[in-house]
Design a protein around this ligand. Structure first.
Ligand code: UD1
Length: 361
């Protein structure tokens, strides 16, 4: 069986790495299954892409489609045109996509129109917020996929409600957590740790990249002011997505507590999160990782597609109104934060379950 695996943007790489490893394991047992790894090139900077391949021991992609940059439509269209050529040149039995980025949707549509089966890893999650490109990507991908690998019972329910039959839904857990648990012993301090003489629980990690938070300069400034005013002078380490960096540069925003740095590699970023007092973020994946590591997490969004990080994990949905932030930070500094409990199936064995299903489907 020939499988084409798609990865395009930073949050895809940690999801695809354990699947490749699980395929290699069964290949070593003599199972006839092969894969071709396609990087769409959606993310192209070394900090956004290259270092993840090295650290997560992902083999060199068989091809890089170089389809990064541009508007939503341009990027999606470029990926589709180039992925179609890729599939014509290298036919396969199944295309496996992960997550919710533009590459996920673009490659699903392309494959389905060529009558190739599509498997979606992280299927069924929904924020209900169609102003996020990711939500549209999830809905479209799940409308046409054949096999659905899910991270939560709620995702199963969402898919069933959309009319997907049970035999196509496989509740396997979270491949991002496979990677986290495997790599945890390898986490390493980034240069900023030494430079600022950071120590455990004496700093906060901040990440912001969603258009809704960063594209409007006045809102971004208000959010940062509110965070700085309510963190008791603690260092705030802020590895910036290229989009955010550009906007803050134009704003010329600076503050002594706020340490704006380049995006970090996977092992360095998670070292910082693991040891932080808390993480403040608008990412989805980071809420999952923080929950598993037991680190308090404040999500600056109005909705989440990962409610289990709130009900079982360490995450709280703060919202995007800067005025909401203060009470949560007061609670954090009062030492009044939930500790979190186990999340079903997030056990490090998800990719193996996926490959077992792929063998027979
Ligand atoms: C994408 C995903 C988002 C994910 C995020 C993680 C979609 C719709 N969104 O958003 O779900 O949380 O990745 O990072 O797919 N850029 C660079 N260097 C790069 C990559 C991008 O400078 O290596 C620039 C692009 O040119 C563009 C901007 O950053 O101007 C945004 O990149 P894009 O890939 O469109 O989406 P993200 O905001 O990164």
């Amino acid at each position: 069986k020939a499988i084409t695996l798609v990865a395009g943007a930073r949050p895809n790489f940690m999801k695809v790495a354990p699947i490749i490893q699980a395929i290699s394991e069964v290949q070593n047992q003599g199972v006839e299954i092969s894969y071709r790894l396609v990087h769409t090139g959606q993310h192209y900077d070394k900090e956004m892409s290259g270092s993840f391949f090295e650290q997560l021991e992902i083999p060199e992609p068989h091809v890089n489609l170089g389809a990064g940059g541009g508007t939503q439509a341009e990027q999606t269209a470029n990926i589709m045109v180039r992925f179609e050529q890729e599939l014509i040149a290298n036919p396969c039995d199944l295309v496996l996509v992960v997550g919710d980025v533009n590459s996920t949707m673009a490659c699903s549509i392309t494959a389905k129109k060529m009558n190739i089966k599509v498997a979606h890893v992280e299927a069924g999650i929904r924020s209900g917020d169609l102003s996020m490109p990711e939500e549209i990507n999830r809905m479209i991908t799940d409308a046409i996929a054949d096999l659905f690998f899910t991270t939560s019972e709620l995702a199963n329910t969402n898919l069933r409600q959309a009319g997907i039959s049970d035999d196509r839904i496989h509740f396997v857990g979270n491949t991002m957590i496979d990677t986290l648990l495997k790599q945890r012993p390898n986490f390493k301090a980034p240069p900023i740790w030494l430079k600022l003489k950071l120590s455990r629980q004496k700093y906060i990690v901040l990440t912001l990249h969603r258009p809704a938070n960063v594209d409007e300069a006045s809102r971004l400034r208000a959010m940062l002011d509110e965070i700085i005013d309510n963190t008791e002078g603690m260092p705030l380490v802020f590895p910036m997505h290229p989009r955010t960096a550009k906007i803050l540069e134009d704003l010329n925003f600076r503050h002594d507590c706020l340490h704006m740095i380049e995006p970090l590699s996977y092992l360095e970023f998670n070292f910082l999160v693991e040891n932080a007092k808390a993480v403040i973020t608008d990412s989805g994946g980071i809420t999952e990782e923080a929950s598993i590591m037991g680190v308090p997490c404040l999500t600056l969004r109005d909705s989440t597609e990962r409610p289990e990080t709130i009900s079982l994990g360490t995450n709280e949905l703060v919202g995007t109104n800067p005025e909401n932030i203060k009470p949560y930070l007061q609670r954090l500094f009062a030492g009044n934060w939930k500790v979190g409990s186990k999340i079903p199936m997030w056990d490090g064995k998800t990719a193996r379950r996926i490959v077992e299903v792929l063998r027979v489907n």
